[in-house]
Ligand binder design. Sequence first.
Ligand code: HEM
Length: 303
Amino acid sequence: MVILMMIQVTVKMHLLQMSPLNMKQQLLKLLIRIVSYCHKQTLNLHQEDHKDNQSAFGALENEIAEGFLAVVDEIVKAHNGLGLSDLYPSLKFIPVDMFPGGVETSASTIEWTMSEMVKNPRVLQLAQEKVKGIFQSKGNVDENRLNELIYLHAIIKETLRLHPAGSLVLPREMRETVHIYEFEIPANTRVLVNVWAIGRDPSYWMDAEKFCPERFLNSSIEYKGTNFEYIPFDAGRRICPGIQFGMSVVQLTSANLLFHFDWKALNGLENLDMIEQFGITLTRKQVLRLIPIAPDYAMPMLP
Ligand code: HEM
């Protein structure tokens, strides 16, 4: 809840910076205070949760927290002469960056990937066959052979073309005046890059609105910031630092969902809409409601 609030406030801060409101400064200050408050609340909740937590999961989380503190320690050492309190204002925004950056984006990409597959039963069936072909003998999906899931990878790439989680990426400010075609963009202008529109531009994509993962098979187009018609992770120096992690999480989760279940839309295919909701990430407007059907081989044997 607190994290969700932080995400929503962060979006409002970005949008507010674009607005011509006179009260913009005061509102921005207020929002920054809310983010700081949410951050403190998150830390408090975390401490409460782990006061008496002796479970294996708690131990793992504590280990991760210790790892994070060790990194903080290194940063403090690297900034000779500065104490933790000097760095705290920047450090406290690292989790604020990581949560919207890492969690919402991957989760919404998984939801869109499932939506598109269920909406396109031919694609769903083929993807399922490929996943089972590779992992059936082992009995479960793991990271070791993920790179063999070429068709699923193409499906996720196609999903990111149509539904890029960061649809407007992060705002930029022009350092100098530039001319693009007949437009002049003056220095200091705040610019948003519309990745969503670029991915659907018919001058770059054949049948741009159609979900067709095959377009990425035998294609050299990648999401690493070198093909400007396809930049779901953006490009340049501020490109998403979590590309590999994000893609692995989406791929591993989707492969598991395909391996263990067949899927049907709860209210029928004709009622499965693909309406998007704009926010810091581009999520579905209505949550995806699917029925998981366990295949015969997963049923427990009756005595
Ligand atoms: C499918 C999953 C993901 C997508 C589509 C995605 C997309 C993006 C996009 C479009 C940006 C904006 C880059 C820019 O403005 O130039 C971004 C930034 C960022 N992403 Fe990701 N991301 C994903 C997963 C992750 C993960 C898993 C992490 C971390 C664990 C992460 C961490 C970040 C951070 C910290 C930034 C801010 C970078 C900066 O301020 O320079 N992302 N991401």
